[in-house]
Each structure stands twice: as structure tokens, then as C-alpha cells.
Design a protein around this ligand. Structure first.
Ligand SMILES: [Zn+2]
Length: 426
């Protein structure tokens, strides 16, 4: 019995020594660094993750603070609050990196006059419709998430160059980027660039006229206007082409052209505008986001082949339609003036190659609810959430569904969604 115990102990000892030796061997034979790195290569190069940066640009059309709008947002004296109209649409702007609209009004302060007209106006004074709104309007829009104004539009001279400059300073003080109008020649010569997340987007904004209030000789830098005004067809676009090329040469990753063009109350662009769009795209525009006609118009794609054989697809939005306005039927010939396009562009850049492109596009339709303090409602949200939240009844909802379809039919007339590039999300 005793011998068996001794044998068992001996066996156990041998086993323990063997295990220890194995562990020891293993520890010392595990290489922490290969002596010859070539021995450890698998033969397949690791593929580096592409470094793609992405930002979003949201755009809506023209903002016209008519007198009715000024009055309903005034609680007496100089006490204005424009927040309620934008409370429902604000989240759509706040989530965008760049959120822009066309500011078809001055916010110069009440004292700056032109042709004897001063104070806050949003109505016909004499023979011209002139807009000058309290700065509280921009305070509300800033809070709502708008951060870029295009000034190149037919109302930019509503208080003359003095009023334009006061407005530029007032809105820049609130933190807005501005494009299409300038304080001096030096600003005019610079390229309007917004840089976010390493992506530089240049803006080139031009208007076809300034409502017959001429920009004074010597102050042409004040606003970008095409040379053959007042032709809404944008036939002579040499300065636009020059600015697109200048923006490209200055290092912009993407160039957005903001043309203020086209015939009002017409739901299609002129053939000349389509030609102008092709010329702008060929010159280097990556997106064309137009406005002024008060209605949405068909959108389309311009597909280009670059010198190096790569392709580029340029979305063209001829008209975003109205945004915030008191226009309505029957004082206007169609109730489509109450609607507009909420455009969302996704912009991407490969940070290694420097290549940038419009990587996705979608849109919604918004409606200005005139009887409810002109609140801006996004229609697909209304359809999802139901009418009660938005102070609507069933017959209003049915009308909105019909108008949504009408707007989409116009926008899609040239196959905007069906023809989008295949790499875009479906
Ligand atoms: Zn306009």
C-alpha cells in the first residue's frame, strides 16, 4: 500500500514538473515582437476605412413678412414675438448643419427710409410692395435653426443700400451667414464659404432684378444681379459662371448656386433657365437651389462626365416655392402659394482624396397655416401625428393631403426621384 502511495506521489510530481515546464516553455516561446516581420504578413494589404465626412443642408423658399404677419406677432408698441409661427418646423432646421432661406425683406430698423417710406412695412406703399420687418423676426428664425440667408432677391433694395447694409449688420450680429449682398467691394470679391466638419460649401447667389429700385452707380457690389435684368430667364449669366469658377479655384469642396429667377405664379421653368442650369453645372456648380416664382416647380438632375471620366449628378431645384407668407387664395390665383418645398441635401467628402459630392436628397412639403398665426407645418408630420395636434379638422386634413399630392406631382414632373443617382439611399 505504502509503495503504491509513493508511486502515485512520484507520478504526480512528474506531472506537475511537466506542466510547469510546458507553461514555462509557452511563456518564453510566445513572441512579443517578431524578429522578422515579413514572416507574419498574410499577403493581403489591410484596407483602410475610408474617412468620409457628411453634413446636411436644408433649404426653404421665400420669406415675406406681410403686414398681417407683422401685426399678429405684435403685442403692442415695439413688442414683437415671431416664435409661434416657427415652433413646429424648427426641429427640421435645428438638425441641419446648414439651414437656409431667401430673405425677401429688410430688417433695417424703423428709421431708415427710402422714397419717404419708413417704419415697418409689408404692403404696397405707393406703387411698390416694400418689406421691412422687426429684427425679432430673425431672432425667432435663429432660434428655429436657420443660419444662412440669401439676400440676392428682388426685395434686397426695399430700403436702398443703406437699409441693406443695416440689415446685413443686424442679422450678422445674430450669427447668420449671408450670401448675395455685401457691405463693400472687398466682401463682394471674397467667396462666400461655410465650412462645417471639414467640408467647405461655397454659395453663389444672384437675382434677376431689384423691383425697379436700382442699385446706385458705384455701389454695384451691394447685391449680385445678372447683367440683363429684368429678364427672369437668366439668359446672361457670365458673372454667375465666373463666380462658380472662382469658388472652385478658392478651394471650395462644393458650390451651391442660389438663383432668384423665373416667372411668378408659374409651375414650370423657362427652357432658358434649364439651359442656364446646365451651363452652371458644367462650370462647376454641384447644386442649384432657386426661388422666386411663389410656387414649387419641377426639379431635375443634370448628369455630367468630368475630364477624368468620373460622373457628377447635380440636383436642380428651380423653385422652392413660398415659405413664410400671407399670400393665399383668392387674393392669389392659386392656393399653391401657401405651400413650399422643405429640401434636404446630404453632402459628403472623402477626406483622403478630397472628392466631395451630393450624397443624398429628399424633401417634404410645408404649409403656412394662415388662420393659426401663420404656423409653418410640415405635411408628412401632420399626416403621421394626426390633425388634432395641429388644430386641424378632418376636411382641412383631406385638403392638405390633396395639396401635398399636387405639389409632389409638380416637383416630380421631370422624374426627380426616379432619376436620382443609383448610389443614393432608397
Ligand atoms: Zn422674389
Amino acid at each position: 500500500m505504502r509503495r503504491i502511495h509513493v508511486l502515485a506521489l512520484l507520478l504526480l510530481l512528474v506531472l506537475v514538473v511537466a506542466i510547469l515546464a510546458a507553461v514555462k516553455l509557452d511563456i518564453f516561446s510566445s513572441p512579443s515582437a517578431p524578429e522578422d516581420p515579413d514572416l507574419f504578413q498574410s499577403g493581403v494589404e489591410p484596407v483602410p476605412e475610408p474617412d468620409i465626412h457628411t453634413i446636411t443642408l436644408t433649404a426653404v423658399g421665400g420669406l415675406y413678412p406681410h403686414l398681417a404677419v407683422l401685426n399678429e406677432n405684435c403685442s403692442g408698441g415695439e413688442d414683437y414675438d415671431f416664435w409661434p409661427p416657427f415652433e413646429f418646423i424648427a426641429p427640421y432646421f435645428q438638425k441641419a448643419d446648414i439651414a437656409m432661406l431667401t430673405l425677401e425683406t429688410m430688417q433695417a430698423g424703423p428709421e431708415i427710409a427710402l422714397w419717404g417710406v419708413s417704419g415697418y412695412t409689408g404692403h404696397m406703399v405707393g406703387s411698390i410692395l416694400t418689406f421691412n420687418a422687426p429684427i425679432e423676426l430673425s431672432q425667432a428664425l435663429k432660434k428655429a435653426g436657420i443660419n444662412l440667408y440669401s439676400f440676392a432677391n428682388n426685395h434686397c433694395m426695399d430700403r436702398g443700400v443703406k437699409g441693406l447694409h443695416a440689415t446685413l449688420e443686424n442679422v450678422r450680429n445674430l450669427g447668420f451667414h449671408t450670401t448675395g449682398a455685401y457691405l463693400d467691394q472687398e466682401e463682394r470679391e471674397a467667396v462666400d464659404i461655410v465650412e462645417i466638419n471639414g467640408i467647405k460649401v461655397a454659395f453663389v447667389a444672384y437675382t434677376y432684378w431689384t423691383n425697379g429700385i436700382d442699385i446706385p452707380a458705384g455701389e454695384e457690389y451691394a447685391a449680385n444681379m445678372i447683367p440683363n435684368y429684368p429678364d427672369p430667364k437668366f439668359r446672361e449669366i457670365s458673372p454667375v459662371i465666373a463666380d462658380i469658377k472662382k469658388a472652385r479655384a478658392s478651394g471650395a469642396d462644393l458650390v451651391a448656386v442660389i438663383p432668384h429667377w423665373g416667372e411668378q405664379y408659374v409651375d414650370y421653368p423657362f427652357e432658358e433657365q434649364r439651359e442656364a442650369a446646365r451651363a452652371m453645372a458644367a462650370a462647376g456648380a454641384d447644386m442649384i437651389i432657386g426661388g422666386h416664382p411663389k410656387l414649387v416647380q419641377p426639379c431635375e438632375w443634370i448628369d455630367l462626365v468630368e475630364d477624368d471620366g468620373s460622373t457628377r449628378s447635380v440636383p436642380v431645384i428651380y423653385s422652392l416655392g413660398n415659405f413664410y407668407t400671407d399670400q393665399h387664395y383668392p387674393s392669389c390665383s392659386t392656393d399653391l402659394v401657401e405651400y413650399g418645398m422643405l429640401l434636404n441635401l446630404e453632402l459628403s467628402k472623402d477626406m483622403d482624396s478630397g472628392r466631395a459630392w451630393v450624397s443624398n436628397v429628399d424633401y417634404d412639403i410645408h404649409w403656412c397655416y394662415r388662420e393659426w398665426r401663420h404656423r409653418m407645418l410640415v405635411l408628412s408630420e401632420v399626416f403621421e401625428e394626426g390633425p388634432e395636434k395641429f388644430n386641424l379638422n378632418q376636411s382641412q386634413l383631406e385638403r392638405l393631403e390633396k395639396k401635398y399630392r399636387e405639389n409632389v406631382e409638380i416637383i416630380e414632373r421631370y422624374g426627380f426621384t426616379d432619376n436620382r443617382p443609383s448610389y443614393m439611399k432608397r
